[in-house]
Design a protein around this ligand. Structure first.
Ligand SMILES: Cc1cc2nc3c(=O)[nH]c(=O)nc-3n(C[C@H](O)[C@H](O)[C@H](O)COP(=O)(O)OP(=O)(O)OC[C@H]3O[C@@H](n4cnc5c(N)ncnc54)[C@H](O)[C@@H]3O)c2cc1C
Length: 534
């Protein structure tokens, strides 16, 4: 086992999705940036985003309207300043992406070419720029290509950040400041140290804490757990968005069916072919995601059905295949021709609205530490994220964080040395079954007790189990050498606890948090903020 490998950089970016790569590219002219990613660079939610990115491009649309729609979707819990800031900065952020080479779909209008804007749930205008139904892939691959070409950006794949290193942890005097991170080199199976003047968490969300999720495997909330352990506040962890329509098929693990399908006229149906959304909300299929997810959950439980159905077969097949080529092909491969048949769907954990608390520059509670993208709680989403605002948040806040870091670069020193990771007390595990079992148990009770519909009793039950698992996993972590599964499990159990504690503190139903014990809303909404013990 090697020890003592140390890297140094100006800015360490943990995560290579839209947030991490945007920030790296914005800073690389001025300083050295190191980006670490748990798997391949592309393996994150960004790559899988289908629908698009919201910004005001239509002349009939306004920033005020984007703000109002976001505030309504957020169910009274958005931070107005964060919403205003994001909507205002949106167009410039998108234009930057376009300059980097992202190829959004265009259409002919009065002999001129302009961006094709689609519409999604909660938006009162067409304002979603997209690249067919694979927007995330286009964004991710374009940013990666740019990052690969940049001499000031070092890209380290298959490196898991394990924990942040702060001055306090090292016993140094003065205000707590982040000075680097320990990272596990998955290929070589040893822990290395990265010293940095600034560290940015761009690790994405935590939806993997649930049994069913639309997210890729890397979405285990590592950044939120690391920040919490280092001493940052987190907020609004009870607001998990469940995407209403993931493909229900034994051979496809939660393939997502973009909301744009409903935007373009797809209808939700029971197994007998009857529609049900008109019974739940006047906006019908265009109601916000939480309303649609709860309606599907309700109908499934009421009828004892395994799934509901999404039907776009009444539309012109040429329109369907042109606008949704990826979905069309994926379903066809599984024997479902969406131009002729309805698609079986179930809800799945999709987006983490809460996270590490930051200001409008992406700054956390610890000096030098930033959090950008799905890992962060900026106040933009409130109690519910509006579709296509999340990639936008990655871009807008990465640009703001880059400006903030740039302004402090000259006045911030790199720490000379950091002690190596100590592995002298641990041995190889002889009981991998413990990890596998705890993984399964955690994600299942989170689904059953802390899912789409909650009660006090279910939350208490879940908390008791989390406390037990936490102790067991902590003991295991102290005794055995680390692995990807162990690192993720340690983080996920922490995430589960944060979600449950936030959910228990909210004595109302609001946005994505729905509890049978408190079906009404409180008159004065406040975010649920958790502060770690000093
Ligand atoms: C199927 C799907 C469809 C979506 N569609 C849309 C859409 O149409 N529009 C929209 O706005 N949003 C959409 N979203 C949400 C959006 O894609 C995400 O919120 C956004 O991409 C998050 O970007 P990010 O940069 O914060 O994180 P990600 O893109 O998830 O990247 C996270 C990065 O962090 C790395 N990482 C994590 N932990 C560690 C660690 N411990 N050490 C090192 N690296 C680590 C990962 O390897 C990865 O590189 C969708 C999400 C999904 C899953």
């Amino acid at each position: 086992m090697k020890a003592g490998i140390e890297h140094s950089t100006d800015v360490l970016v943990i995560g290579s999705g839209a947030a991490g790569l945007t920030l790296a590219l914005k800073l690389a002219k001025q300083c050295r940036v190191t980006v670490v990613a748990k798997g391949n660079l592309a393996e994150g939610s960004t790559y899988y985003a289908q629908g698009g990115i919201a910004a005001v491009f239509d002349e009939d649309d306004t920033v005020e309207s984007h703000v109002e729609d976001t505030l309504i979707a957020g169910a009274g819990l958005c931070d107005r300043q964060a919403v205003q800031f994001t909507a205002q900065e949106a167009r410039a952020a998108l234009e930057w992406l376009i300059r980097k080479g992202v190829d959004f779909d265009e259409e002919e209008h009065d002999g001129e070419s302009r961006y094709h804007l689609t519409r999604e749930g909660g938006h009162s205008h067409r304002r979603i720029l997209h690249a067919a139904d694979a927007t995330g892939k286009e964004v991710q691959l374009t940013l990666e290509e740019q990052a690969h070409r940049h001499p000031n950006i070092a890209l380290l794949e298959r490196y898991n950040a394990v924990d942040l290193i702060t001055t306090t942890k090292l016993g140094l005097a003065g205000d707590k400041r982040v000075v680097g991170a320990y990272v596990w080199n998955r290929s070589q199976e040893h822990v290395e140290t990265i010293r940095a003047r600034f560290v940015v968490l761009a690790t994405g969300g935590a939806s993997k804490v649930y049994q069913y999720t639309s997210n890729p495997d890397v979405a285990s909330g590592d950044g939120i757990a690391m920040a919490w352990r280092a001493g940052c506040r987190v907020a609004n962890m009870e607001f998990n968005q469940f995407h209403p329509t993931c493909l229900y098929h034994t051979e496809a693990r939660n393939f997502l069916l973009t909301e744009a399908l409903r935007g373009e006229g797809a209808l939700l149906k029971r197994p007998d072919g009857s529609r049900f959304m008109p019974d739940f909300d006047p906006r019908e299929e265009l109601a916000p995601r939480d309303v649609v997810a709860r309606a599907i959950d309700f109908e499934m439980k009421r009828l004892g059905a395994d799934c509901m159905f999404l039907d776009i077969s009444h539309k012109d097949p040429a329109f369907v295949t042109k606008h949704f080529p990826t979905i069309y092909q994926r379903c066809l491969d599984l024997g479902i021709d969406i131009t002729r048949q309805p698609i079986p769907v179930v809800p799945a954990a999709h987006y983490t609205c809460g996270g590490v608390m930051t200001d409008l520059d992406g700054k956390t509670d610890i000096d030098g530490l930033y959090a950008v993208g799905e890992v962060a709680y900026t106040g933009l989403h409130g109690a519910n994220r509006m579709a296509s605002n999340s990639l936008l948040e990655c871009l807008v806040f990465a640009r703001a964080a880059a400006r903030s870091i740039f302004a402090q670069l000259d006045s911030t020193e790199l720490l000379d040395t950091i002690p190596d990771w100590d592995e002298s007390q641990v041995t190889d595990s002889d009981e991998h079954v413990v990890i596998a079992h705890n993984w399964h148990e955690l994600r299942l009770f989170m689904w059953d007790y802390v899912g789409i519909v909650r009660t006090d009793k279910r939350l208490q039950r879940a908390l008791r189990r989390v406390e037990m698992l936490k102790t067991e996993i902590h003991d295991y972590y102290s005794d055995f050498k680390i692995s990807n599964d162990l690192l993720e499990l340690r983080n996920l159990v922490q995430i589960a606890e944060l979600i449950i504690r936030c959910a228990m503190s909210r004595k109302e139903s609001r946005g994505l948090h729905y509890t049978l014990d408190y079906p009404e809303q409180q008159p004065e909404p406040t975010p649920s903020i958790l502060t770690p013990d000093p």
